[in-house]
Ligand binder design. Structure first.
Ligand SMILES: [Zn+2]
Length: 343
């Protein structure tokens, strides 16, 4: 196949977080790859899930535009026009709208996979900072280098794996959640430039400036319609990243967080147990990937050697990505799954 244009939506979680007397020391990068010609379809499907009024299948941001506005209420539109943010899914805090729409987005993800649609492509990379022994990497500057390096790696891997059938991949724009990264200067201007240089002829990055987006779309109300939509995709990867991590690292024992995370669990457990299964009914192969890095402690030189002694250390590092991890969140909510799959 000829050429494909894509956009990239990125989010991150940085622990340490203490839970169950265990300290988690991970940097977690989540990247959503959206082909430009699928973007509107994906957006429409996500946005329509916001309408919780049973007779309606289409979401309108304004109550005035709603075809059922006599029966439907302005108040419902205001509630359902909520930011989908995994951190806020907590028993004490989350609105019914947030919980219901989050569940619907994840069910949409699962049913899309089951239907063999290639609408949702993502790569999630867990960097285990304890195994990496990041303290061996010295200064703050070096930490930044490591973060930047793995951000590029996560993008590079996704493009080369998910879009392998295309002769050319054009990355039109990279969006990142405004939340944390911009203030840590982890993404200097040079980051995407460096990636573009490394990728060669087949892959082009059209705009090497990362656009930091507020994940709350309401910030852009009436000012920037495109960002209003693009924030939805930042919210979507935030939800996928958050619920995957809830299953894998069990960072919270909140009842609602567990309940929502259970929806994505069958996909996550299969991706870890059998990452190369082309025949899974969940159809994640070559479109969704989770990996953990590194498998064994590594030395500083082994990471940086890549540029000096390319092939050897690349091959070596490749073996360091693994999926050998049991889900830490306990599996006691099986009945919820049963309800979901029978519906
Ligand atoms: Zn309505």
């Amino acid at each position: 196949m000829e050429k494909i244009e894509i956009e990239i939506f990125a989010d991150e979680i940085i622990t340490p977080l203490d839970f169950n007397h265990k300290k988690r020391n991970y940097l977690i990068i989540g990247i959503l790859f959206v082909p430009a010609n699928n973007k509107n379809v994906l957006l429409k499907k996500l946005i329509n899930q916001r309408c919780l009024f049973s007779k309606n299948k289409t979401w309108f941001w304004e109550h005035d535009d709603c075809p059922f506005k006599q029966e439907c209420k302005k108040e419902w539109h205001d509630l359902n026009n909520t930011e989908i943010h995994h951190e806020d899914i907590r028993k004490a805090r989350a609105s019914k709208s947030l919980i219901d729409i989050s569940k619907r987005w994840l069910k949409f993800l699962i049913s899309n996979n089951k239907d063999e649609l290639k609408l949702v492509n993502f790569n999630i990379l867990y960097i285990d900072l304890d195994v990496l022994s990041i303290e061996n990497f010295g200064t703050e500057k070096e930490h930044e280098n490591i973060y930047n390096k793995f951000f590029r790696t996560a993008i590079d891997y996704g493009i080369k794996t998910f879009f392998i059938d295309y002769n050319q991949v054009v990355v039109k724009k990279v969006f990142h959640d405004d939340g944390s990264m911009r203030h840590h200067s982890y993404f200097p201007y040079l980051n995407l430039h460096k990636l573009a240089d490394k990728m060669g002829e087949k892959i082009k990055i059209e705009d090497i400036n990362i656009k930091f987006l507020d994940s709350n779309h309401k910030t852009y109300l009436g000012t920037h319609e495109a960002f209003y939509n693009e924030s939805q995709l930042i919210q979507f990867i935030d939800l996928i990243l958050g619920t995957s991590t809830q299953n894998i690292l069990y960072l919270s024992n909140d009842k609602i967080k567990k309940e929502v995370a259970m929806i994505i669990r069958p996909l996550i457990s299969r991706m870890l147990k059998n990452p190369k299964n082309k025949n899974s009914s969940y159809h994640y192969y070559n479109k969704q990937k989770i990996s953990i890095f590194p498998k064994h402690p590594i030395k500083k030189t082994e990471i940086y050697n890549e540029t000096l002694n390319g092939d050897f250390s690349k091959e070596y590092l490749k073996d360091q990505y693994h999926t050998d991890k049991e889900l830490e969140m306990p599996d006691k909510n099986q009945e919820l799954l049963a309800t979901f799959f029978s519906s």
